[in-house]
Ligand binder design. Structure first.
Ligand SMILES: Cc1cc2nc3c(=O)[nH]c(=O)nc-3n(C[C@H](O)[C@H](O)[C@H](O)COP(=O)(O)O)c2cc1C
Length: 363
């Protein structure tokens, strides 16, 4: 038994969809909790105006009845309000009438740092839009919705997950983030940053050293690197550990099987060890610049400036929400693999029996 997630949807297409498989029956979902996470994803200083008119409401098309999961695939849809301005340009079927609205003109100016050049070469497109529409982080809306569902499942076994911003543009105070974002925007430039996700209530035993694919640290890293613009992941003290001696790098064990420190970030040998899970992700500066970088016009082969399209200055606060959702989904997946169960009660009973066997208490 495992959790599966398939998503589809283009940034300016009709909608984004997600299908979750492997949820137990009888899990109650809170519509407001899902809506709140989607709302959090839209927030943050330095976002583009699009965030103000995309309402990001989730419709559930399957797998839920009267607020409880049925143990069948859960189908979620978030419609793109902006599609109204792209009806011709992003029409799934050959559009009727003369080209009109956004997306009507082919894009031939690939942006360094975006999907544009590698995407058109790989897939044989002659309009960069065919690459950038799916590569766009707009799809993170349904990942956040899926993460909200995962958090509901994790709550049943006492786990909570929270993402936060550590740095934006090298600044580590909220005031500093705003100043850095204002300065970058004034220069028509962009910023990246670092986010941190912490999960509490994680008991020892999620993930395994049995194979590389089972390792919880490997899975968390893949989940976070799977988010657009994430270029680095560390678990616990991560890179800083490389500069320490062993005596200062590991977490000594005390009676009660607790640790004196948590440099490992709650994972040893690919298995959660009962300490708080701490992971961080580094986001590169966003690639769409209002003062564009040098590129080549793919239509002529001549030097040209890269595409300028409405874009965020920084999206680190949004990344914190997306990273939270991705970590939650991965933890929920590991828990489904460990405890199984068709009904939620089977799942929670297996969890309680395991807790009893290992005699572990949360802090
Ligand atoms: C929440 C979020 C919002 C983003 N918003 C933008 C944006 O407005 N403009 C942009 O150029 N890139 C944005 N990105 C980053 C691009 O989607 C990403 O850089 C691009 O798809 C290329 O992928 P890569 O950076 O992983 O190589 C955003 C990423 C995230 C996670």
């Amino acid at each position: 038994m495992t959790l599966g997630l398939t998503t589809a949807g283009e940034s300016h297409g009709p909608a984004l969809v997600a299908i979750l498989t492997g949820l137990p029956a009888g899990l109650r979902l809170d519509r407001d909790a899902i809506a709140r996470d989607l709302e959090r994803r839209r927030q943050g200083y330095g976002r583009s105006p699009r965030q103000s008119f995309e309402a990001d409401e989730v419709d559930v098309l399957a797998g839920l009845r009267h607020g409880s999961t049925l143990g069948t695939p859960l189908a979620l849809v978030v419609r793109n309000r902006d599609h109204a301005n792209w009806e011709w340009g992003m029409s799934p079927w050959p559009p009727e009438g003369e080209p009109e609205g956004k997306g009507a003109k082919p894009v031939t100016l690939p942006r360094p740092g975006h999907a544009d050049l590698a995407g058109v070469l790989k897939f044989g497109h002659d309009d960069v839009r065919n690459a950038l529409e799916r590569a766009s982080a707009r799809q993170t809306a349904v990942h956040v919705a899926a993460g909200a569902v995962a958090k509901a499942l994790l709550a049943e076994i006492g786990i909570t997950v929270a993402g936060s911003v550590a740095e934006i543009g090298g600044a580590d105070t909220e005031e500093g983030w705003k100043d850095a974002t204002d300065a970058a925007r004034a220069d028509r430039d962009t910023l990246g940053g670092i986010v941190e996700v912490r999960a509490t209530g994680v008991f020892p035993g999620l993930g395994s050293y049995a194979t590389r694919e089972d390792r919880l640290d490997a899975r968390l890293a893949a989940a976070l690197m799977g988010i657009q613009a994430v270029k680095g992941v560390e678990i616990g003290d991560g890179f800083a550990l490389a500069r320490e001696r062993g005596s200062a790098a590991h977490d000594e064990i005390e009676p009660g099987l607790r640790r004196r420190s948590n440099r490992a970030g709650g994972v040893e040998a690919g298995i959660s060890n009962g300490e708080e899970l701490v992971v961080r992700a580094a986001m590169k500066p966003l690639p769409t610049l209002m003062q564009p970088l040098q590129s080549v016009d793919l239509a002529t082969g001549e030097p040209a400036q890269a595409l300028v399209e409405r874009s965020d200055t920084a999206a680190v606060e949004a990344l914190a929400v997306v990273a939270e959702a991705s970590v939650a989904f991965e933890l929920a997946r590991a828990a489904r693999e460990k405890f199984g169960g068709d009904a939620l009660d089977d799942f929670t009973a297996a969890y309680r029996a395991y807790r009893e066997r290992i005699d572990w208490q949360p802090r």
